[in-house]
Design a protein around this ligand. Sequence first.
Ligand code: E4P
Length: 222
Amino acid sequence: MKFFIDTAELSEIKEAADMGVLDGVTTNPSLAMKAGATDFEGLIYDICEIVDGDVSAEVVSTDYDEIVAEGRRLAKIHDNVVVKVPMIRDGVKAIKTFSQEGIPVNCTLIFSPTQALIAAKAGARYVSPFIGRLDDISSNGVALIESIRTIFDNYAIETQILAASIRHPMHLVECAEIGADVATMPFDVIDKLIKHPLTDSGLEKFLADWDKLQAQKEGQPA
Ligand code: E4P
C-alpha cells in the first residue's frame, strides 16, 4: 500500500519524507489556501523536488478546454506531477484527452462506485473516493472503497484506488484490509499510525531499568 501525504505544507512533507515512508503527495485548492501558497505552481515544483513520487496538482477550471490547457501547464512543472481533475462531465472528457497524451490523472471528488468506474474507463491513473466526507453525512466511506475494489477486481481495471479524506488510523486500517492501493493522509494521521500507549510505557520502563542497572554497576567494587 502506498502512503501519500495530504497537505501543501512543505515542513510536513519534509518531515514525512524523512521518515522514509512517503510515496507521494496530494494537494487541493483548500490545502493550498491553508498553506498560504500564493505561487501554487512554484509550490508544486518544490514538493516534487522533495518527494520522488506522484504529486497531485488540482485544476480549478471546470470547462473542458480550460481544464485541458490548465492540466497541460501543470504537467509541465515536473515529471512527478499528476493532474487532479474533478468528477464532472467536462472533467471526464479531459481525463480521456490527458490519458491519450500520456498525462497521468487523479480523478477527485469521487463519492460513488459509478463515478469511479467512469473515471477508470476514461483512463485515470487514480480515483480518489473521499471517505471522511461520506462519514460526515452518515454514509459509509469505507464501504465505497470496498465496492470500488470489487468492481475494479472483477474487470482487472488497473486504475488505482486512492483512499482520500482519511480522518483517523482506523480509516487507514480498514482501507488496507480492503486493498486500497493508496491512502492519502494528513500529517497528524501519519503521526498517529506510529503511536501506541503500551509502546510509550514499555519504553519508559526499559529506560528506567537500564538506568537502575548502570547505577548498580557504579555501586559495584572495581
Ligand atoms: C485528497 O486528495 C483530498 O483532496 C482530501 O483527502 C480531502 O480531504 P478532506 O475531506 O479532509 O478535505
